[in-house]
Each structure stands twice: as structure tokens, then as C-alpha cells.
Design a protein around this ligand. Structure first.
Ligand SMILES: Cc1ncc(COP(=O)(O)O)c(C=O)c1O
Length: 393
């Protein structure tokens, strides 16, 4: 096993380190307090109280009431639930509008819907990664059930103008869902000012546990569940609650809110220092989405003359954790759909790496990672110019 103190973790958009305060809060609900929150006796009721405290804490993170929070198994389920709900509510509306750069938790669901006879429009983005709002507006039809537009892109960090999308959805009488999985804990969220009908969150992106998330549903928005069974979550999401994880999510939300004002600036400084140092030490480097309004923690870089798959192998040997885009899994180096939608050239597409910073990163991570990345890029460029092959991991 590789130990955390051996690595430089620059992949906080993939997942984040559990905050020790979160673990501490969870442990009693994994050991001593095992009662079912739906049980009537005190041993169950006290667990229910812990779940309700977590609900209040998650609600506070986004500025809604506790009753508007439904706990789910994560961002994926929240997104699926929101899209499903809109379609169930209006069976005669068989069209969904989304964007070409959503996370697969929306994209794949929409592809499935197409196979089941629904119509889906995937709105494009500019080369900067910014949303084509005019295309979005003209995509809306009388039979559109839902607009599902992410807030912050997980690969580039580019932010979409949610207020304007919400205004558009409102004006055209269409429900509006947003995937805010990457926004939470990185920027302030005030759902009251946003006029969204629903919004997805995931605990493991904010130093909470994996496998738990939430869907905010505005109190005046009608809703249809995805899962049926027991009456948990006020009949909106069946299944005995994942209590310890929900408790951890609540603590993570509380900590994220308390740290937010300081962390935005601190993490932005780290990210900017990293980009400046990379630019100073490597030629032929581009910041994807760099001209757009972006999350403060995300750096999507493209290097001319390298293959990101090979770079990941070499970076892994040096214990630097980063990513090559969500579509790049072990054994599959398919180019990122986000960067493809931005229509950047093939060389930049092939040589793209995503670095994402978080609460537990320090300046030392920047200082230590930049020379490693520079060496890897130089080595791969020398190789493609006819040098010796890299040693396999
Ligand atoms: C933008 C976005 N939406 C949804 C998800 C899925 O969240 P989860 O892993 O909790 O299912 C992710 C995770 O990478 C994400 O980045």
C-alpha cells in the first residue's frame, strides 16, 4: 500500500481526504449508536436526531431549509433523481436540455433516455469552455421538461452563469436542475438567490465520506422519487439511511462553510502559484478554460508533444496524483468529452492533465510537484523526439 504521506495529492476534484473531525463525528454511529432512525424508541430516535442535525448543516451550506434536503447515495443518484423527477411529473414533455460537458452522471442518463425514446439536446460550449447561452435558449421547446446545467465543470473548473440560466428557465416555464457537486465547498452557494428547482451535492468532494450526497428540492417544486420502498426522507427517497455517512456529510458541510471565506483565497493563491510556476518552467503549455471565470482550485493544463496517459504513468512513479480527465480510466485513454466540446486542437487534447487543489494542500505541494511535472513533460518530449523509452511502473 502506498501511504498518504508519500504522495502529493493534486486530484481534489476526483475525491478529497476525509477531514479527521468528520471521522470523529462518524465513529459513534458506526459502533455504539446503531439504532434505526425510523424506530420509535429512544435508541432509534437519538440516531434520527443526528440525521436531522446533519440535514440542518447541509442546508446551511447552501442556504436552504432542512426540509428541502433529501439525502442520497451521492452526486450520481442526486442527478439521476432530479432528471427522473422532472420527466415523471410531466409525462407529455419528452425533451431534456443539458450541456455537452456535464459529468457522466447526467450525460449517460440522458443517453439512456434517448434510447428510451426521449429527445435530448446537448448544448455546446465556446473554446473558452463558456456556455453558449443563445444555443441554450433556442434549444428550449414547448415539450421541454427540464434544463439540467452544471454549475462548475469538474475538468476545467469553468463556471456557468447560473443566474442567467435560471432566469431563462423561469421565463420559459421549464424546471431547472443544477449539478453543484464541484461548486460546494469551493464557492459560496445561496440557493435562495439562484432560483433553481433542484441542486445536487456530494459529500466526498468536501472532505466527507464517499457514497453519500444530497438533492436540494425547492419547497415549492413538485417532486417524484426515484426509489420506492419505506417512507424514509419524508417519502422522497426510500431505504434505511446511511446514518454514519450522513452524519459525516453534515460535519463536512459545517466545516466547509466555516472554512470557506479563508479557503477560497488560499486555494486560489496555491493554484495560481502552480500555474505561474508551470508556465515559467515549461514551454508549449496552455490553461484550458483559463480565460473564463473558473473555480479557484482547478487547473486543466495541456502540454504540446506529450500523451497524458504516459504522463500519468510517470507522475504516478513520482507519487504525484492528478488526472487526465474523467473519460481517462485505466485501459481507456479516450480524449475528454469536455475538452473535445471546447474544440481545442488534437495535440492539446492528447496532452491534457487536470490538477485540483484542496484544503489539505500546502505551498510545499506546489514547490515539490512543479519540478516533477516539468521533468515528466521534458522526458516525454525527448522520447517523442527519438530518445529512450520511459521505464514502466
Ligand atoms: C460534476 C460532478 N457531478 C457528479 C459527480 C458524481 O458524484 P458521486 O461520485 O458522489 O456520485 C461528480 C464526481 O466526480 C462530479 O464531479
Amino acid at each position: 500500500m502506498i501511504e498518504p504521506d508519500q504522495i502529493i495529492y493534486l486530484d481534489n476534484n476526483a475525491t478529497t481526504q476525509l477531514d479527521p473531525a468528520v471521522v470523529e463525528e462518524m465513529v459513534p454511529y458506526l459502533s455504539r449508536y446503531y439504532g434505526n432512525p425510523s424506530s420509535g424508541y429512544t435508541f432509534g430516535a437519538q440516531v434520527r436526531q443526528a440525521v436531522e442535525l446533519a440535514r440542518e448543516r447541509v442546508a446551511a451550506l447552501i442556504g436552504c431549509t432542512a426540509g428541502e434536503i433529501i439525502f442520497t447515495s451521492g452526486g450520481t443518484e442526486s442527478n439521476n433523481t432530479a432528471v427522473n423527477s422532472a420527466l415523471q411529473l410531466a409525462p407529455d414533455r419528452r425533451h431534456v436540455v443539458t450541456t455537452a460537458v456535464e459529468h457522466s452522471a447526467v450525460l449517460r442518463h440522458c443517453e439512456q433516455l434517448r434510447q428510451r425514446g426521449y429527445d435530448v439536446t446537448f448544448v455546446g460550449v465556446e473554446e473558452s469552455g463558456e456556455l453558449r447561452l443563445d444555443e441554450l435558449e433556442s434549444a428550449i421547446r414547448p415539450d421541454t421538461a427540464l434544463l439540467s446545467v452544471m454549475w462548475a465543470n469538474n475538468e476545467t473548473g469553468v463556471l456557468f452563469p447560473l443566474e442567467r440560466v435560471a432566469e431563462l428557465a423561469h421565463r420559459r416555464g421549464v424546471l431547472f436542475h443544477t449539478d453543484a457537486v464541484q461548486t460546494a465547498g469551493k464557492l459560496p452557494i445561496g440557493v435562495r438567490n439562484l432560483r433553481v428547482n433542484s441542486l445536487s451535492l456530494s459529500a466526498h468532494k468536501i472532505h466527507g465520506p464517499k457514497g453519500v450526497g444530497a438533492l436540494f428540492v425547492h419547497r415549492t417544486t413538485p417532486f417524484r422519487p426515484l426509489l420506492f420502498g419505506g417512507g424514509q426522507e419524508n417519502n422522497r427517497r426510500a431505504g434505511t439511511e446511511n446514518v454514519a455517512s450522513i452524519v459525516g456529510f453534515g460535519k463536512a458541510a459545517e466545516r466547509a462553510l466555516a472554512a470557506l471565506a479563508d479557503e477560497i483565497g488560499r486555494v486560489r493563491l496555491l493554484r495560481d502559484k502552480f500555474e505561474t510556476a508551470m508556465r515559467d518552467s515549461v514551454d508549449g503549455m496552455f490553461v484550458n478554460g483559463g480565460s473564463a471565470s473558473r473555480l479557484p482550485n482547478t487547473s486543466s493544463l495541456s502540454f504540446r508533444g506529450i500523451e497524458s496517459g504516459a504522463a500519468l504513468i510517470l507522475l504516478d512513479q513520482d507519487n504525484v496524483c492528478c488526472s487526465a480527465g474523467s473519460a481517462c480510466r485505466t485501459g481507456s485513454h479516450e480524449a475528454s468529452h469536455v475538452l473535445r466540446a471546447m474544440k481545442i486542437d488534437n495535440e492539446r487534447l492528447r496532452g491534457s492533465l487536470r490538477f485540483s487543489f484542496g484544503r489539505f494542500n500546502t505551498e510545499s505541494d506546489v514547490d515539490r510537484s512543479v519540478p516533477v511535472i516539468r521533468r515528466v513533460v521534458e522526458r516525454l518530449r525527448a522520447l517523442s523526439a527519438g530518445g529512450a523509452p520511459p521505464v514502466a511502473a
